[in-house]
Design a protein around this ligand. Structure first.
Ligand code: SRM
Ligand code: SF4
Length: 556
């Protein structure tokens, strides 16, 4: 084990946090500042929150010698991304009362609220708790929200596979009761044995940890971007088990060649639930014991695996689980899509997938999306599911109720918005970035819609509007909208400047590469014009833009 390493500062904060309590109680009571103490900023992440400030207002406040405008972002734990109509209605009101009002669907199938002032945190958590919702372990060095293919029409046994997201989330929850004590006023734990944690101990994991479950042929979860990817093996509508991929992760750091994006390596297959859960648990214990705890840039599972070797990792895993993994079964991903519009599943229930640009649910002058969703929630006729491309599925609607939901969607202009939007817009995704993200170097969700408006006519010019090109943008190289798995990826380098990545495939099995560095909008549009012109005239039948980029050696 890597005991000789000098531990990073965060490691000490974790072990000295008294089961993730830190001094949060004192920080919350301090009325002099809207911020919390520095160490608590690390601790609060494990409770699903980040301290942020409004970056649009930094300069103005600095000039007035004012403190930054601090606020908090809260992220819910929603395994598989599911809310009932009642829970959506509650979320709508909580967002209105305590946050900016915008409900943000994330690239990991959950929702975030931004702009909570310190005194609003407790009432927000208590209001969510009243709706059986929590934000435990959605951030921090721990297992995060577990993803599962969103589209119930994808498989007759979707519900069976979907249930694994909950099981895994429960299995990997921390044992500390700090969340209940601090935010919900539960009694203090007297006997520390009650919260002994054999998995996380008092040091938790070296870094964040992500798990996703995919149901082929749709790789809508981007399964290979996760520390653990489970790929459902289904034969004759029976779940046979899961292929297991390990070591996916996308983040890089500009100018640090030791960092890289990596797609998961498939190491085998498990057939039973017991075995699958055991494998997952022990992958975490290996990462806990061998992950890098001195350099957080190199602490994700992907680096542990590459340092120790896939074979070593598999042998160590088999030692810990006590059985050998079976050979991976053949599976095939042929798509990575959200099925917009109406769909039905094997049980005859209906689903409407709504395009939510960059996951931002709000009312604008032209699109009152938030009001439309509230009206639907109030009917109680539909559940709410979130996709990993920040869209929303109104789900589990009885055939007799379909028309009622349809009429509301139509009245608020949601049908037209969803169905008339271009294919490239439907296949786009941008991260939150400015003004809340402290790490942003360039705009993303506030900019991509406008950039797409300029890209759409270029595609039309070359009769390429029917190409479902996957395009993604992030404001920095951390990769929160998974731009490295897009056919066209933009990664922010500085205000108004992006690296342009090309060559990802359509189903999310191949990373793209940098084609041009740090280019501005004019260069982006001119470059794409040239590339689309070639693609239009030289592509072979059904060749995707990503595959064409590789065939043309645009990226080597
Ligand atoms: Fe992320 C950090 C937003 C998915 C890789 N991410 C952040 C923070 C919390 C900034 C910070 O550390 O202070 C961002 C908050 C911005 C804000 O105001 O909302 C942030 N990440 C997001 C979300 C909301 C983007 C979105 O618009 O949807 C996604 C929330 C997912 C969720 O619900 O849990 C989000 N982040 C991702 C993904 C995509 C994925 O997991 O499929 C990645 C790349 C995959 C991966 O992990 O390798 C990702 N986020 C990062 C990283 C780099 C991690 C690393 O390995 O180095 C950071 C920075 C860090 O952890 O130090 C980061
Ligand atoms: Fe922030 Fe960078 Fe993630 Fe975008 S990719 S949300 S800018 S950390």
């Amino acid at each position: 084990m890597l005991t000789e390493q000098k531990l990073s500062g965060i490691e000490k904060i974790k072990t000295q946090s008294n089961g993730l309590r830190g001094t949060l109680v004192e920080s919350l009571q301090d009325e002099i500042t809207g911020a919390i103490r520095e160490d608590d900023q690390a601790v609060i992440k494990f409770h699903g929150m980040y301290q942020q400030d409004d970056r649009d207002r930094r300069e103005e406040r600095a000039e007035k010698k004012l403190d930054r405008l601090y606020s908090f972002m809260i992220r819910l734990r929603l395994p598989g991304g599911f809310l009932t109509a009642k829970q959506w209605e509650a979320t709508h009101h909580i967002a209105g009362e305590y946050s900016t009002g915008v409900i943000k669907i994330t690239s990991r199938q959950t929702i975030q609220l931004h702009g909570l002032v310190k005194s609003a945190i407790k009432p927000t958590i208590q209001a969510f708790n009243a709706s059986n919702l929590d934000s435990i372990a959605t951030c921090g060095d721990i297992n995060r929200n577990v993803l599962c293919s969103s589209h119930p029409n994808e498989s007759a046994i979707h519900a069976q596979v979907f249930a694994y997201a909950d099981k895994i989330s429960e299995l990997l929850m921390p044992k500390t009761k700090a969340y209940y004590e601090i935010w919900l006023g539960d009694e203090k734990i007297v006997d520390k044995k009650d919260e002994e944690d054999p998995l996380y101990q008092d040091r938790y994991l070296p870094r964040k940890f992500k798990i996703a479950i995919a149901i082929p042929p749709n790789n809508d979860v981007d399964v290979y971007a996760n520390d653990i990817g489970l790929i459902a093996v289904i034969e004759n509508e029976q779940l046979k088990g899961f292929n297991i991929a390990i070591g996916g992760g996308l983040s890089t750091t500009h100018g640090n060649p030791e960092t890289y994006a990596r797609i998961g390596t498939v190491i085998g297959f498990t057939d039973t639930e017991e075995k699958t859960l055991k494998v997952i648990y022990e992958i975490l214990t290996i990462q806990r014991d061998y992950g890098n705890r001195s350099d957080r840039k190199l602490a994700r599972l992907k680096y542990t695996i590459d340092k120790l070797g896939v074979n070593w990792f598999k042998l160590e895993l088999e030692k810990r689980i006590g059985f050998a993994l079976e050979e991976a079964k053949p599976i095939a991903f042929t798509q990575r899509v959200d099925h917009f519009g109406w769909q039905t599943n094997a049980q005859g229930l209906w689903y409407y997938t709504v395009l939510v640009e960059n996951g931002r649910v709000l009312d604008t002058e032209t699109l009152p999306l938030k009001s439309a969703l509230l009206a639907i929630a109030k009917t109680g006729l539909s559940n709410f599911r979130f996709t990993c491309t920040q869209n929303l599925i109104l789900s589990d609607i009885q055939a007799d109720d379909k028309q009622t939901v349809h009429a509301i969607l139509e009245k608020f202009g949601i049908i037209a918005h969803t169905e008339l939007s271009s294919l490239i817009r439907k296949n786009s995704m941008a991260c939150t970035s400015l003004p809340t993200c402290p790490l942003a170097l360039a705009e993303a969700q506030r900019y991509l819609p406008d950039l797409l408006t300029k890209i759409e006519p270029i595609l039309e010019k070359y009769s390429l509007s029917k190409e479902a090109i996957v395009i993604r943008m992030t404001g920095c190289p951390n990769g929160c909208a998974r731009p490295y798995l897009a056919e066209i990826g933009f990664v922010g380098t500085a205000p108004g400047k992006y690296n342009l990545h090309l060559g990802g495939d359509r189903q999310g099995e191949r990373l793209n590469k940098i084609y041009l560095e740090s280019i501005d909008e004019a260069t982006i549009l001119k470059t794409l014009d040239g590339l689309f012109a070639q693609y239009a005239t030289e592509k072979i039948a059904n060749e995707t833009f990503g595959d064409f980029s590789v065939r043309k050696n645009w990226v080597i």
